[in-house]
Design a protein around this ligand. Structure first.
Ligand code: GLA
Length: 388
């Protein structure tokens, strides 16, 4: 859908729900991470691209101090709550994300807001539909209320909404990607100090495509292994005497983690994933910068998957089967994306082989008695923006 069509559709839904026109419509995308998984909360590197799929927020100010929230994707789950009554966890559900943003900016938003969201980022697919929602509303509130917030501050507002209000222990990858990505580029982002570089990524020119497979298996960050992995990484860093695993760049330094106990062996594997994953991000960025054959990136992606599967242990059998099927059908590389425990796979494939790889994966799912996955090709798209 074009930005103009998306803006019109959201404005119409707003008018139907609230009986007036919105003052504007804003959009923020989901993301797929090319490489750099579970590095963000360790101060490491990430390399996401923005999806063409976005969440749109149509917003208008009110004068009665009420926050009114409605979502096209969650009919019958409208929320109306005085801004002054917002508190972590109240409201919950989908409304927690926009409410968390308004809560973070409540000093400025006391007059109230009406917010209607509409979007097409697959949810529960590891493609950051939550960040798209938070970031679209954060940008809308900033613009409408004329707040002096730069891009980094916006990212921080969206992250705090998710961490402190919703209670999802995410790092900063998803919100950074949604706000900072630009069309035609991957965002090389250093989560330790926020430095960034837009790396041109024109795979079509090289006859390649990034194929995303939404496996349809759901993940659960809030209470799943994500929290455990964060803790294990913090423990490993503490034992090594560094504030963050990012500070370690020599894997042999990790041997000290293995004290002969089963816990020590786990700690070593977790830390080894993080340290080698940071190195893989640098390897991919170097390949793209040097204008080398981007096919060389493929094996690095696959190595990232093996590390997430065996060392970090955040993959699941259906996701592994999906990666294997893509590689067997000729993908140059494939890996799970996002937090893990289900979600999506990204594969680097020849443009001419997109259909064949998609068919092979679908056939493999049928053999596994799993519902057919959804596949699409990602063109690196724009970050958060005002549409109307
Ligand atoms: C989820 C989190 C991110 C990041 C990834 C793993 O998407 O929200 O902050 O930790 O998992 O790379």
């Amino acid at each position: 859908m074009s930005d103009a069509d998306a803006a019109r559709t959201a404005a119409e839904a707003f008018a139907e729900r609230f009986g007036r026109q919105p003052e504007g419509v804003w959009a923020a995308p989901g993301r797929v991470n090319v490489i750099g998984e579970h590095t963000d909360y360790n101060g490491g590197f990430v390399l996401p691209v923005a999806l063409p799929h976005t969440t749109r927020a149509a917003v208008a100010r009110r004068a009665d101090g009420v926050l009114a929230l409605a979502s096209v994707q969650h009919p019958g789950e409208d929320v109306e709550v005085p801004v002054a009554d917002l508190a972590p966890g109240r409201p919950g559900g989908w409304a927690g994300y926009p409410a968390g943003v308004v809560h973070a900016l409540a000093d400025h938003a006391a007059g109230g807001l009406s917010v209607l969201v509409d979007g097409d980022v697959p949810s529960g697919a590891g493609l950051s539909s939550s960040a798209a929602l938070s970031c679209s509303v954060a940008l809308a509130v900033r613009d409408l209320l004329g707040l002096d917030l730069d891009a980094d501050a916006l990212v921080d507002v969206a992250r705090r909404a998710e961490n402190d209000f919703v209670g999802a222990p995410t790092g900063v990858l998803d919100q950074s990607a949604s706000v900072l990505c630009t069309a035609g580029h991957a965002l090389f982002f250093d989560t330790r100090d926020g430095t960034r570089e837009q790396v041109p990524l024109d795979l079509a020119a090289a006859g390649l495509a990034l194929l995303v497979v939404d496996t349809g298996t759901t993940h659960d960050h809030a209470e799943g292994g994500y929290r455990d992995r964060r803790r294990e990484c913090e423990e490993a860093a503490a034992r090594l005497g560094v504030p963050l695993l990012r500070e370690v760049d020599d894997v042999t330094a990790l041997d000290a983690l293995d004290d002969g106990t089963p816990e020590g062996a786990v700690r070593l594997r977790r830390a080894r994933h993080v340290v080698t994953e940071d190195a893989r991000v640098l390897e991919v960025v170097a390949a793209l910068r040097e204008d080398a054959d981007p096919r060389a990136v493929g094996p690095v992606l696959t190595a990232g998957h093996v590390s997430l599967r065996d060392d970090f242990e955040v993959s699941v059998p259906l996701v592994d089967a999906c990666v294997d099927a893509a590689l067997a059908a000729g993908a140059h590389g494939a890996r799970m994306v996002g937090g893990g425990f289900g979600g999506s796979v990204v594969a680097l494939v020849d443009a001419a082989a997109v259909d064949a790889v998609g068919a092979a994966v679908t056939e493999r799912f049928a053999r596994e008695a799993a519902p057919a996955p959804r596949t699409f090709v990602v063109v690196p798209s724009a970050g958060a923006r005002r549409l109307a």
